[in-house]
Write a protein that binds this ligand. Structure first.
Ligand SMILES: [Mn+2]
Length: 260
């Protein structure tokens, strides 16, 4: 299986709408796309549901990964991303949850958390042919994307400059998980090293992975995970405009101690 090259879309100048962690929140995603000015056409139900988008300014959607787990409609989010890939309207990088689901699809030995169980339950309702296509799709997702002639980098957990343009197991692990210290905090969450603090690169890096109520921006690095699946918001960053567009979660889909 060939992984897409991070620089496949380097010459694409957008404009783009970069969307944070979706985690199965398909309805919120559709609402956000409409708010961003896309014509969203949904047809069919269940396994034959398709969602296609067009935009009169020819805008494209970039997803920061973590399409699946925790929310109510991970398969619909996958269907959207896969259709968009075919139509050349959507590109995505791999998130740690997507990677874990991929390993489960391949029959690898993965620990089944409550998060992953939601996606496995949904997958049980799908045709094997579709799950084969999902496996193929996820297997090809790049660790990161270089866009707008190198001015924009997308990676699920962010990426320091030394890894920009490099696709190997080190860049991939960093891009999916970030850098952790190996210790956990009082709620059991990994204590993360803040690589963005030392970032001095010229390229703007946009990522998700760590949910907070507020969008964070520092040193030319943006984090767009605003905890939609925890009942907060789904966020898009318009590029090159650097404008934020958000929709509220329909409800709290999954408990999280930091989003009471
Ligand atoms: Mn993540």
């Amino acid at each position: 299986m060939t992984v897409q090259r991070p620089d496949n879309w380097k010459q694409q100048t957008g404009p783009f709408d970069i969307i944070g962690d979706i985690h199965g929140c398909a309805r919120e995603l559709e609402k956000l796309l409409e708010k961003l000015g896309y014509d969203v056409k949904t047809r069919g139900r269940g396994g034959s549901r398709t969602t296609r988008i067009t935009h009169n300014q020819n805008r494209k959607v970039i997803l920061v990964g973590d399409l699946v787990d925790r929310g109510p409609a991970s398969m619909d989010v996958l269907r959207f991303a896969m259709q968009g890939e075919k139509d050349d309207t959507v590109r995505c990088v791999i998130g740690n949850h997507d990677d874990k689901f991929l390993r489960w699809l391949k029959g690898r030995d993965v620990s089944i958390t409550k998060s992953l169980q939601t996606t496995i339950d949904e997958a049980g309702q799908e045709r094997p042919k579709f799950l084969g296509e999902v496996q193929h799709y996820l297997d090809a997702l790049p660790s990161h994307l270089i866009l707008d002639e190198g001015r924009l980098i997308i990676a699920h957990a962010g990426l320091p400059e030394k890894y920009h343009g490099i696709e190997n197991r080190f860049s991939r692990t960093f891009a999916m998980y970030g850098e952790t210290s190996g210790q956990t905090d009082d709620l059991g969450f990994p204590i993360r090293r803040d690589w963005a603090r030392n970032y001095r690169g010229e390229a703007t890096v946009v990522h998700g992975h760590v949910a907070e109520k507020k969008i964070r921006q520092k040193n030319n690095v943006w984090c767009l995970d605003t905890g939609c699946v925890y009942g907060h918001k789904l966020t898009a960053l318009r590029w090159p405009e650097q404008e934020i567009v958000q929709v509220k979660a329909k409800r709290d889909w999954f408990p999280h101690p930091r989003f009471p």
